[in-house]
Design a protein around this ligand. Structure first.
Ligand SMILES: [Zn+2]
Length: 97
């Protein structure tokens, strides 16, 4: 069970990784690079200056995965906004004479 008073729970850390990353856990700002490997030529990725794809200590994340997560989060947010608008519209129609 996570402590409510903890400033950074595992869920918080997971949520922070679920987007286009800006900073590694080590504190370094991450930058975007272009892969030059045979396996992933031209594929964009965000990486800590101290890290690499195989180094799990520092941040490494493919940009296409980050962008897909951002789109999915935006769709979820949009759905919530539409539901809120519909709820207010229904309430307005109930109170209107
Ligand atoms: Zn790092």
């Amino acid at each position: 069970m996570y402590s409510v008073n903890s400033s950074s729970t595992p869920i918080d850390r997971l949520a922070k990784q679920h987007e286009i990353p800006t900073r590694c856990n080590c504190g370094q700002a991450v930058s975007r690079f272009t892969s030059k490997t045979v396996k992933n030529p031209g594929r964009l990725f965000h990486c800590c200056p101290m890290g690499s794809e195989k180094d799990k200590t520092h941040l490494f994340k493919w940009t296409d995965k980050s962008v897909l997560e951002e789109i999915e989060d935006s769709r979820t947010c949009l759905t919530c906004c539409l539901l809120t608008i519909l709820r207010f519209k229904n309430q307005w129609e109930v109170v209107r004479p």
